[in-house]
Design a protein around this ligand. Structure first.
Ligand code: ZN
Length: 430
């Protein structure tokens, strides 16, 4: 399908305008609010069961989620648009923006309906993850004739595998770890370069093996090397691609001070005879590789600048339970939020937090600080790095402005690999 053909079909969907209003499967109700508040960990008393229970604004989208085995409403523009791009090979999807506004709090018993139109399709664009198209939809939630919330939602539909080469070092070839070599890999994990020794005659040897080549004794131990050596020989590999490695890739035979020779990857340029020093690169939770770099080039890790934060920083450990419980409490049954194998199959590292939950956590962060009576008027999310289990979400916030009783707050939600989400909220403080 050519871009022109894609745009022609997109125009047909745009021309339909707003879809017919689709009613939520359930009215706003206390049990779903309670499940959501439990999963998000939001103890705001306004959400608690009682005569005056309110629905959290961040749940606006939850009420009209399709569910586990949905029957799509004919004429819903987002799935129709998605299927055009699936057909054209843009099969992967990434949420990039979610901007919501809230006119008022919803109450149990109210039945929300959603109407969506396709607003804009822009592409093809070259992005970091691949060639793709940005698709923007605009939705409005109503109760009867009254508009209660709106959402502008943008996704990137892209061709998997067309992104700028990004290196996932967890895809590196993994060493064979056995009885003879486990001491070596335990060493790299502990930041030690270990050389096998013969306990009978004292000979050092590498690579490790079961028998001393000099005296044939099998009694073996190890010493910890200084980590310094010189380049005996090296090669620079330019092609083909090597999983988990950035090209060009320099591999060297290194003569250790202790007298054995070791092969390893070198960071930086070297020549024969150059002094090199070891460094340790954990490629995942289980394996740490010993690598080399020219002596004296040890990168001085810059102290990360703490972002200025007017709101006390909140660090939230991400557990699989958090990811799964919040996905289900927001009625988001996409497999990437609860099924690790399927998620990895889609090219992800693990399951990850869904957008609706990020929205909930950001709003909880603000109301935990500003007080439960804070009224959230809008929340605009720009989404970045995925939030995977065993990482930590670090929330910080700054006050941007205060005008006519409306306070604008920027929230940053960072994970170890970068920014998970930037949010701008407009709130009325109590
Ligand atoms: Zn020996």
């Amino acid at each position: 399908m050519t871009p022109e053909e894609i745009l022609e079909r997109v125009e047909e969907i745009k021309a339909r305008g707003n879809s017919p209003a689709r009613e939520a499967l359930d009215p706003v109700n206390v049990p779903m609010i309670r499940h959501w508040a439990e999963a998000i960990g939001d103890a705001n008393p306004r959400w608690a069961p009682g005569p005056d229970t309110e629905a959290p604004p961040a749940m606006a989208q939850v009420w009209t989620m399709y569910g586990l085995n949905p029957e799509r409403m004919p004429g819903d523009p987002l799935p129709d648009t998605m299927s055009i791009f699936d057909e054209a090979g843009y099969t992967s999807v990434l949420g990039t923006n979610c901007d919501q506004t809230y006119a008022r709090a919803l109450r149990p018993g109210e039945r929300v309906a959603i109407s969506t139109r396709l607003d804009e399709v822009v592409g093809p664009k070259v992005t970091g993850v691949g060639e793709g198209w940005f698709i923007t939809t605009k939705s409005i939630w109503t109760v009867g004739d009254e508009g209660v919330a709106t959402m502008t939602f943008r996704v990137l539909k892209f061709k998997p595998g067309t992104g700028r080469a990004s290196v996932d070092k967890t895809k590196s070839a993994r060493p064979m770890i056995n009885r003879d070599t486990e001491f070596f890999w335990a060493g790299t994990a502990a930041g030690e370069l270990r050389i096998q020794t013969c306990n009978a005659c004292g000979e050092l040897r590498h690579p490790p093996g079961p028998v001393c080549p000099v005296c044939h004794a099998m009694d073996r131990g190890y010493v910890v090397a200084s980590g310094r050596g010189t380049v005996h020989s090296f090669l620079v590999h330019h092609a083909p691609a090597v999983p988990g490695k950035k090209l060009p890739l320099t591999l060297a035979l290194v003569d250790l001070e202790e007298g054995v020779r070791m092969i390893g990857e070198v960071d930086g340029e070297v020549a024969i005879g150059d002094d090199v020093e070891v460094w340790f690169d954990p490629i995942d939770d289980e394996v740490t590789l010993a690598k080399w770099r020219p002596s004296g080039t040890q990168a001085v890790e810059p102290e990360p600048e703490p972002e200025p934060s007017d709101i006390p920083v909140w660090e939230l450990p991400i557990t699989p339970t958090l990811v799964v419980s919040t996905a289900l409490a927001t009625r988001d049954f996409q497999d990437v939020h609860h099924d690790r194998d399927r998620s990895i199959g889609h090219g992800s590292k693990d399951i990850f937090i869904n957008i609706l939950s990020t929205n909930g956590l950001v709003q909880r962060y603000v109301t935990d600080w500003a007080g439960p009576q804070t009224q959230i008027l809008s929340c605009a999310l720009r989404l970045g790095a995925p939030a995977h289990p065993y990482d930590t979400l670090r929330f910080s916030g700054t006050i941007v402005s205060e005008q006519d009783g409306v306070t604008t707050i920027d929230v940053a939600a960072a994970v170890s690999i970068g920014m998970h989400a930037n949010a701008r909220l407009e709130v009325r403080l109590p």
